[in-house]
Design a protein around this ligand. Structure first.
Ligand SMILES: Nc1ncnc2c1ncn2[C@@H]1O[C@H](COP(=O)(O)OP(=O)(O)OP(=O)(O)O)[C@@H](O)[C@H]1O
Ligand SMILES: [Mg+2]
Length: 328
């Protein structure tokens, strides 16, 4: 297998122009990607996070040759996504999920036969390969001969993944692979994703589930309003937002001076206040090991109802910090 990064983009920009309003006279212009520079190593799972509308699907489509960038360059497996599509397409798989892209009136197996022919799977290997992928996604048995219109959402998503790996791609793009799946199916799907990586497939996935990203992805990037705002390991991202430790203090409201006193504790990088009905929660990001809950308690006297706890900063905390910073 060749070396070099699996994905390398420089200044990838995508503008959508459309007409709307009365007689479509108004022109609307959306800059979905505003100069994305991203490098993804081979043989691993890379996670792309970001709020709705950040540009994740747009980037996934550009990388998988489904959509052209307006400007910039993108190489996948060392080949240009706009000029070398013939080389790239047999080597990449894409799972966008949802209702589209499958034929409802025929069975799962018949769908896979159609796609196998389309992807150039050798006819003598076809049936074996179909059984193999149906087995992998857990659709082997009576379900494989059932019409897709009778499938639940989870079964359809499994079939989408089966279709995505049928031609044994070197790189697989998964846009929200576990969306709409029940916990058991989602877990099975994550297990399958890990197995694919063990077999040497590079995986690029988008997700809104932070625990999923934390569980699956050694490296992550956060996309916000068309720009990459952070790219690191989960631990690297924790350090970036100011701390591995998180303290929480809850009581019936706090004074501004009390919050200021907490901010002054050495190592406390951030204090955020949120109201939950009658109670207020202060969340503190803590950089050092020296700061303790006792430091917090001694600055919040006069709250008999005070509850304090320490926990590890989660990827969800990190993500919200990063996305909020961008919104400011
Ligand atoms: N075909 C299109 N025509 C016009 N605008 C589009 C088109 N596709 C995407 N956009 C716009 O580009 C931006 C990025 O959309 P995209 O679907 O890439 O976001 P996303 O990060 O995948 O969001 P989500 O988490 O909701 O899936 C949005 O503002 C969206 O409205
Ligand atoms: Mg999307």
């Amino acid at each position: 297998m060749s070396s070099g990064p699996a994905i390398e983009t420089r200044g990838v920009t995508r503008v959508f122009e459309s007409r709307k309003g009365f007689l479509f006279r108004e022109k609307s212009r959306t800059e979905a990607l505003k100069g994305v520079d991203l490098t993804v190593e081979r043989g691993s799972i890379f996670g792309l996070l970001g709020p709705n509308g950040a540009g994740k699907t747009t980037l996934t489509k550009i990388l998988s040759t489904l959509l052209l960038p307006t400007a910039g360059t993108a190489l996948v497996l060392g080949h240009d996504v706009t000029r070398e599509t013939d080389w790239l397409r047999p080597r990449m798989g894409l799972v966008l999920g949802g209702e589209r892209g499958l034929y409802n009136r025929i069975s799962a197996r018949e769908n896979l036969r159609y796609f196998a022919d389309l992807y150039g799977v050798p006819p003598e290997a076809r049936e074996r390969r179909i059984d193999e992928v149906l087995e992998r996604v857990g659709l082997i048995g009576p379900a494989s001969d059932q019409r897709v219109e009778e499938f639940s959402r989870g079964m359809k998503q499994k079939l989408h993944i089966a279709r995505g790996i049928l031609h044994r791609p070197e790189i697989l793009f998964l846009d929200e692979p576990t969306i709409g799946l029940d916990p058991k199916s989602a877990r099975e799907t994550r297990k399958l994703i890990r197995c694919l990586v063990t077999d040497g497939v590079t995986i690029f996935l988008t997700t809104h589930y932070m625990f999923e990203a934390e569980e699956l992805c050694p490296k992550l990037a956060v996309l916000s309003k068309g720009r990459i705002v952070a790219r690191d390991t989960v631990d690297g991202l924790r350090a970036l937002v100011g701390g591995d430790r998180t303290f929480e203090a809850e009581a019936y409201g706090f004074e501004d001076e009390e919050v200021a006193r907490l901010r002054a504790i050495p190592g406390v990088s951030k204090v955020v206040s949120e109201s939950y009905g009658p109670t207020t929660r202060l969340t503190m990001r803590v950089r050092t090991t020296e700061a303790t809950l006792d430091d917090v308690r001694s600055r919040l006297t006069g709250h008999p109802e005070l509850s304090l706890r320490e926990r590890r900063t989660s990827l969800e905390d990190v993500y919200l910090d990063l996305v909020e910073e961008e919104a400011r």
